[in-house]
Design a protein around this ligand. Structure first.
Ligand code: FES
Length: 256
């Protein structure tokens, strides 16, 4: 899996005696290891969190189609804007690992409080399990309670970067995607008075790939349990995704 995984792909894990395998994005990859990042949100993830070093778990992958990353033709790097909502940072760290040597990256990471932001390890801590922020990446934290970075939601400041970005990647809750699929309002700060934000209202987000997280049965296209409706017809999140173009999804029909 470590050799084959691409950013945005996932694995499934059999969590104890639960029949349905749980999907997890590949979070980090090294030569012989992969890392998962997850929040305990139910019995399956609770079981996984209780496994000890040295125990074996049943995993399957890499599965699905991941992010499509532009090639840096003749050394021409692109501007990649990454939007992470909460634990949605998981696959974007792998994407940064993969793309930061070729492209310029800005990461906007939103969370409810500072404690929920991904704690990138500092450069000196070589033995940390956490990923360091790749060199050159601009990191912009946003918290709902204002405990770190700007107060608000990641999507509040997104419009300020749209002129800069050649490609946007997002991973987070469906409500974040639904906001992104609508015409975007200017950021509250820039929208005050006769600021730049007013001129930039009603921006439509194009060239945006999003990673969907849904309940899955088989994880590889056999059960149709993950089917969603898109502008291009019915799609299976596990096989056709989990990464889709934001604009292709019929968001009013998505219930996750
Ligand atoms: Fe079975 Fe997608 S989970 S088809």
């Amino acid at each position: 899996i470590a050799a084959a995984a691409q950013p945005g792909q996932f694995i499934t894990v059999r969590c104890g005696d639960f029949t349905l395998r749980r999907p997890f994005s590949v979070h980090q990859v090294s030569s012989q290891e992969i890392a998962l990042l997850f929040k305990v949100a139910g019995k399956g993830t609770l079981w996984l969190s209780q496994q000890q070093r040295g125990e074996s778990i049943d995993i399957l992958g890499p599965l699905g189609k991941g992010f499509s990353i532009p090639l840096a033709k003749s050394g021409q790097s692109k501007h990649l804007l990454l939007i992470a909502g909460g634990i949605g940072i998981a696959p974007l760290v792998f994407l940064m690992q993969h793309a930061s040597s070729q492209h310029q990256i800005t990461l906007i990471h939103g969370a409810s409080t500072a404690a929920q932001l991904y704690p990138f390890s500092s450069a000196g801590k070589k033995r940390s399990k956490l990923s360091p922020l790749p060199k050159g990446v601009q990191f912009i934290p946003v918290t709902e309670d204002g405990s770190m970075g700007q107060k608000g939601m990641a999507t509040d400041i997104l419009p300020d970067f749209l002129d800069w970005a050649d490609q946007v990647y997002a991973c987070g809750p469906v409500d974040m995607y639904k906001t992104m699929a609508l015409p975007l309002n200017p950021s509250p700060l820039k929208g005050e008075g006769k600021g730049e934000g007013e001129k930039r209202s009603n921006l439509k987000l194009t060239k945006c790939q999003v990673s969907l997280e849904v309940r899955m049965g088989c994880g590889f296209g056999a059960c149709y349990g993950c089917t969603i409706n898109t502008k291009k017809g019915l799609k299976q999140v596990c096989r056709d995704g989990p990464v889709f173009e934001l604009d292709d999804i019929l968001w009013q029909e998505v219930r996750i």
